[in-house]
Design a protein around this ligand. Structure first.
Ligand SMILES: C[S@@+](CC[C@H](N)C(=O)[O-])C[C@H]1O[C@@H](n2cnc3c(N)ncnc32)[C@H](O)[C@@H]1O
Length: 438
């Protein structure tokens, strides 16, 4: 490229960027209405505590802004623990979710199954607890394998779980197998189990972002009681939602949202409400390892890194070694024009981080292009994203996403960029909702 055309490209990108900045407004929404904390006191949402979740209130905020009406088909392509789908179902909307992490997909799918017989669940819960007392008497941590219990093949399992707790968890899982014959009920109890695994029953605490190991040697921990209390709460929630009129219906698929060639929908998607990963090196796979192993979704580290390699922002194990090889190229002209200079600035400091950021925006862009396959001509979208700092360079994800959308020439009009939260003390670490429509 000649230096003259490079100059005009830079100027063009600069003008575009200032136009997009005019659409940015800061209008805070309190954490009690924007983060996972809000969901902890709301039925169904509280079944699984997932710190990267957004609040049910935020889903309603986006529904309103998108002027969504009952009958619109709504997609969450990065559905995590299923906040969007749960809230949409409660609000009477039909929706579809995609999630790449098999454990989170399980949480999402199981949290949407509200037709279970609550009397049968109650009866089976009592039987599980009774059987737990019987089986637990007979086995110690040392004799687990002799009795046929399979210790999760996670590296150093007793770093993750105190030996007596590990014994209790494996016995409890065995009770589900022995007592529950119906697959949906079985999933329900597995979700109740997953819902208390972290942080209550694992040697970790949930830090601001990552899991941190802690010492639980002196804690008094009654596995059966903790599990039973949560399962009871879940059954009560089910009784409550089963009485509600006009519920919608939602489906969750295990699906990579950067390639939708396998998806064939009878009805096209009218709205997207979602939150993709942020470019902050947080790995959903790394942080769900205790669940992935304990609930038998994976049995080897290479399976975990192969999932992470396919995720947006994946950065664990071989996902990182792949990013350290060579120089990544922008997916297309839109990515090059919008993030080219940011990537060059990061590259001056660190090749790996430059590849990481470019790969992140390449994948996000692939997803936006793939969305065309399944969306209606009047699509409206709301993407919750987070700005980040990488190697001292500011990654203004909200503005970048808006500009990529504009430059892809898919027919989007960018409506607004609503910065609703400033994360902790971090400079400019905004979380925003990018609204666009066709
Ligand atoms: C910010 S979280 C979504 C949280 C969700 N809004 C909630 O309330 O639980 C982003 C999710 O995107 C998923 N993800 C990452 N890459 C993906 C991909 N390529 N396809 C589908 N899901 C993906 C991650 O596993 C993670 O669960």
């Amino acid at each position: 490229m000649s230096s003259a055309s490079q100059l005009s490209l830079n100027l063009d990108a600069k003008n575009q960027s200032s136009r997009t900045h005019e659409l940015v407004k800061y209008d805070p929404i309190h954490v009690s209405k924007s983060t996972f904390l809000a969901g902890l006191s709301v039925h169904i949402h509280r079944w699984f505590r997932f710190t990267p979740s957004f609040a049910p209130d935020l889903v309603r905020e986006m529904l309103n802004k998108l002027n969504a009406e009952i009958g619109d088909y709504i997609l969450d392509p990065f559905s995590g623990a299923g906040t969007t789908a749960i809230e949409l179902t409660l609000e009477g909307f039909n929706s579809l979710g995609f999630e790449i992490n098999p454990f989170l997909h399980f949480v999402n799918r199981t949290s949407l199954n509200w037709n279970l017989d609550t009397e049968s669940l109650q009866l089976h819960l009592s039987k599980i607890l009774e059987e737990f007392c019987n089986l637990r008497e007979k086995v110690s941590f040392e004799t687990l394998e002799e009795f046929g219990y399979k210790i999760p093949s996670i590296h150093n399992p007793t770093r993750w779980w105190r030996p007596d707790i590990l014994r209790d968890l494996l016995v409890l899982k065995q009770c589900f197998h022995k007592i529950i014959k119906d697959q949906h009920e079985h999933d329900f109890f597995r979700l109740a189990f997953a819902g208390v695994l972290v942080p209550d029953l694992t040697n970790v605490t949930l830090g601001r972002l990552q899991l941190h190991f802690i010492n639980r040697d002196r804690d008094e921990i009654d596995v059966a009681e903790i599990f039973s209390k949560h399962a009871q709460q879940m059954i009560k929630d089910l009784c409550n939602v089963q009485r509600l009129p006009n519920l919608g219906s939602s489906k969750a698929l295990l699906q990579n949202s950067t390639n939708l060639s396998n998806i064939n929908l009878r009805k096209k998607v009218d709205c997207v409400i979602t939150s993709p990963p942020y470019p902050n090196r947080y790995s959903y796979v790394w942080n769900t390892r205790p669940h992935l192993y304990m609930l038998d979704f994976i049995s080897a580290a290479k399976e975990a890194s192969s999932i992470d390699k396919k995720t947006i922002g994946g950065t664990w194990g071989t996902a990182t070694s792949e990013l350290s090889k060579g120089r990544f190229s922008p997916l297309n002209k839109a990515v090059e024009e919008v993030v080219g200079s940011t990537i060059s600035a990061i590259r001056e400091q660190d090749d790996l981080m430059a590849n990481y950021a470019l790969h992140y925006f390449n994948r996000l862009t692939s997803h936006l292009i793939e969305l065309e396959r399944i969306s209606s001509p009047n699509l409206r979208i709301a993407y919750v994203v987070g700005n980040s700092w990488l190697k001292g360079i500011y990654i203004e994800t909200d503005v970048i996403l808006a500009e990529i959308l504009d430059r892809l020439k898919l027919g989007y009009k960018i409506n607004s960029v609503h910065r609703f939260r400033k994360r902790n003390s971090g400079k400019e670490l905004f979380e925003s909702i990018v609204y666009a429509s066709k």
